[in-house]
Design a protein around this ligand. Sequence first.
Ligand code: ZN
Length: 416
Amino acid sequence: MSLLIKNAVLHNLKRDVLIIDGYISKIEEDIDDHADYTLDASGKFLIPSFKNGHAHSGMTILRGYADDMKLQPWLENKIWPAEAKLTPEAIYWGTRLAALEMIKSGTTFCNDMYFNFESSQKAYIDSGIKSASGPALFDFFDPAKAELMKNNCKNDIENKDISQNNSLTLAAHSIYTLSKDSLKWIAEFAGFNNIPVHIHLSETEKEVTDCISKYGIRPAELLKETGLLDINLIAAHTIWLDDNEINLLAENNVTVVHNPVSNMKISTGGVFPYKKLKDKNIKIMLGTDSCASNNNLDMFEDMKIAALLQKFHTNNPEIMKSEEIFDIATGNEALTFSQLSSRIEVGAHADCLLLDQNAPELIPSHNIISNLVYSANGSCVDTVICNGEILMENRRVKDEEEIIDHIRSIAKKILM
Ligand SMILES: [Zn+2]
């Protein structure tokens, strides 16, 4: 399968780009090679696509279902009872809706965490975007649940055909839903099978104080003790970290995921310690978290809010410059996932976007990156290419009406 993009604007230069079997094979001023499909990109910017580092896509069906609440009553009275009603079909279509929204706002990869991951993974494959997902692991400190969790996890992994584009992670929920024994088991199992682990870490101050009173150490220290820092770890949130924990994450090459909108909406307190993490060269991704706590999946919004939050919090407009957050959002740091590239260059995975130069938000064009971070939104994306396939052209995505119809009827049936 080959795709030729003609006359795109790449780094302010007019360029043709030839894509073969999912990879960029040539970037030149004028390419005449035959391709299966030729895309006229005259008047369009070509940029790398966004990579969503942390989401719970199946929850998209809960968008707007419960807002303006404190974390515990929000979870206990609204979210968990609603989630108990979600069928595999609801999770499949919720994830299809999430993927549709991601495509329409320029995201081609999602690191997902949700139960019934077979439904989510099928939804990602059917939508054409890349993903990482896997069994959701929690035991709520009940040994019987822990045994069941381990058996289910082993079965899930053994029976799973995994493609390179839709890879496997172990979705270990958190240190406050998993016993120490289970954390150790997950570390060993992940290490033996060479599977990355995705976990929530230090989202709230309560998580830290509870951990100290229970174990006498802080959350990242508990991850070290249980072996989870010895494996490939992706930690979402990482707000309440002390300097020793930041050193541990750096020494052990952990990838952290910042979710600014969700953190502000749920008011988890504290602010992602961006400068300290950056100074230690820790890999950082940007995530939306779920549609119940964001409430959309538009990475343009998350880029802008991430940058504004850092500036406002530190009283320093020079922190988190537009180029830095754009690099983070497009996966520059996300080498954890081998199916991703963050740059448009020969040999890279062909995951990229075309944006109309005439979109009002992009005019005038003094600085395209500044416009993308501070002015644009998802509706500026015109065309989306993932793995060399066109998933959206002129803002049209296949199956769009079908996905919306399904979600409307499932949401009505289950949640009203
Ligand atoms: Zn989360």
